[in-house]
Ligand binder design. Sequence first.
Ligand SMILES: [Zn+2]
Length: 274
Amino acid sequence: MKIINHRLCTDDGTPYPFVESPNHGAKLTAEFLVMHFTAASSAKSAIDWLKNPAAQASAHLVIGRDGNITQLVPFDTVAWHAGKSFWDGRQGLNGFSLGIELDNAGKLTRQGTKWVTWFGKQIPDEEVMEATHKNETTPAGWHTYTEEQIQASLEVSLLLVRTYQLKDFIGHDDVAPGRKTDPGPAFPMANFRGRLMGRAEEQPVVHEVTATLNVRSGPGTSNPTLPGSPLPPGTKVEILSKQGEWRRVDVLHPVNGQMDIQGWVHQRYLKRIG
Ligand SMILES: [Zn+2]
């Protein structure tokens, strides 16, 4: 992908779908990229809302669970995604940032044996991560992001950071703590930041598994093991995020015939090798 005249295009110059939102301000010189979840039922419903004048809200991009990207506001124009916010000496981040919305139902509540969204839809257990938000003290369910979404987000974020020489990659929950929880604990923020901003101290570090080790869908032995589990000793993994004694890892090679394993393991059985 590439950017032509502040519009996202494929390598051959074809623009990505553009759905113009009337909810925008004047010219923008972005310094930051702010990540969000939509807390909506689908990418389409989020886009329909963000182009509705009544919403008084928008974002530069919406990324669906299938990885499809839709642009709503050109990158040189202020979109209304951050609201009351503060970062790095700046107030009101809309005037200083690009905003990406990921199709994701957000924070979930337990109703009986089911995980349910704020709008009453049940989310299957395999799409739920139980975790305590960094700005909160009690655990909740969080809708997980799809691999397609993470890949598309990383690619477009890298392009935006380089094109506009952005100074930082942050979450809405970083710039409006207490008021906002997106993109939340299911988003690999530290990993993205390390890759996008190239900070040595946040670069991913490779670990080796020291015992036969189960990979689970969440941090804790009550979470089910994932296909490809258990990892044999010597398996190489990259840590994506942390919670207590648990680490969410990306397995760096196929194991037991399973490619692209990402899940939670206990840190006791990880040894840093690089
Ligand atoms: Zn947000």
